[in-house]
Design a protein around this ligand. Structure first.
Ligand code: C2E
Ligand code: CA
Ligand code: CA
Ligand code: CA
Length: 279
């Protein structure tokens, strides 16, 4: 069974051949998705671990397929990377999210940080810095509020321009977060060589809080290490109170997960900000 993502259309027990045909069809659909206005950006809050105030949000793309409904990025981002479409989709997400963040800043007077995922393909683009500065300029968003999320699945050596691009983003005033920290083969190398402001502890570790003492030790040690290196640390996949208590007790800075909120479409996120503001 192949799932296209949560709450999404599911395709059961298909053959490899059918799966390949389906991928081909989706790839060709993806080619027009941006132009046809089928892409959406959802936003998931990040909260301060102590106060639970919303301090930021992560932009997460979705594809609203005319026949299949919502398709999750876990499914179509790899297709977009294979086809190279990720470059224009990624730029669209960045521009859309920067405009949205700037609008919310103006409306609510909150200086929420905006996390945007960058794929390996984008990080190797020679003109990445031009695209990011143009998105910042067009939206008017303060560069200090933009945090680029970079996964450590990419080998630094095998990625031309990556180190230069990340230093360049820093010079623009953007922040860098290492996403899915601890899952790649080169976590510590990334920390040493890249100008990272923050670490995002992968949800596979957070999920095992209260389950696996080894993973708990890794979470504790990661927070401790981040702080000794003067980096911030955010935990993702915080789903239950037990996760919250453990992460708070161990001084994790920020938290993200279903316990607080799922990724929301802009109107629902705005409603949440309204409600919070009234408190
Ligand atoms: P990610 O960057 O690690 O994003 C976090 C994922 O965890 C999101 O899945 C989010 O909805 C999900 N999540 C949040 N809280 C919880 C929780 O408490 N429990 C569980 N089980 N999951 C939680 P989503 O939106 O399906 O995105 C999947 C991946 O797709 C992202 O993982 C990211 O790697 C990629 N992605 C999403 N948007 C973009 C984008 O605009 N560009 C690129 N290049 N990749 C993107
Ligand atoms: Ca991310
Ligand atoms: Ca992640
Ligand atoms: Ca991930």
């Amino acid at each position: 069974a192949k799932s296209l993502g949560r709450n999404n259309y599911q395709i059961y027990e298909i053959s490899a051949e059918q799966a390949q045909q389906q991928n081909m069809a989706l790839k060709s659909g993806l080619r027009h998705a941006e132009h046809n206005g089928e892409l959406r950006v959802f936003y998931q809050p990040q909260v301060d671990a102590a106060s639970e105030d919303i301090v930021g949000m992560e932009a997460l793309v979705r594809w609203e397929h005319p026949e299949l409904g919502f398709i999750g990025p876990g499914f179509f981002i790899p297709l977009a990377e294979e086809t190279g479409l990720i470059v224009s989709i990624g730029e669209w997400v960045l521009r859309t999210a920067c405009k949205q963040a700037q609008e919310w800043e103006r409306k609510f007077g909150l200086r929420l940080r905006l996390g945007v995922n960058l794929s390996a393909v984008q990080l190797m683009q020679p003109n990445l810095l031009d695209i990011v500065s143009s998105a910042l300029q067009d939206s008017g968003l303060d560069p200090g509020l933009l945090e680029m999320e970079v996964t450590e699945s990419i080998s630094i050596k095998a990625a031309p321009n990556l180190v230069e691009n990340l230093h360049g983003l820093h010079k623009l005033g953007c922040r860098i977060a290492i996403d899915d920290f601890g899952t790649g083969a080169a976590s510590l190398d990334y920390l040493r060589k890249l100008p990272a402001d923050r670490i995002k502890i992968d949800q596979s570790f957070v999920r095992n809080i209260g389950v696996d003492p080894d993973d708990e030790a890794i979470v504790r040690a990661t927070i401790e290490m981040a702080h000794r290196l003067k980096r911030g640390v955010v935990a993702e996949g915080v789903e239950i109170e037990q996760h919250l208590h453990f992460l708070r007790a161990n001084r994790c800075d920020e938290l993200q997960g279903y316990l607080f909120c799922r990724p929301l479409p802009p109107p629902a996120f705005e409603k949440l900000l309204h409600e919070r503001q009234r408190l």
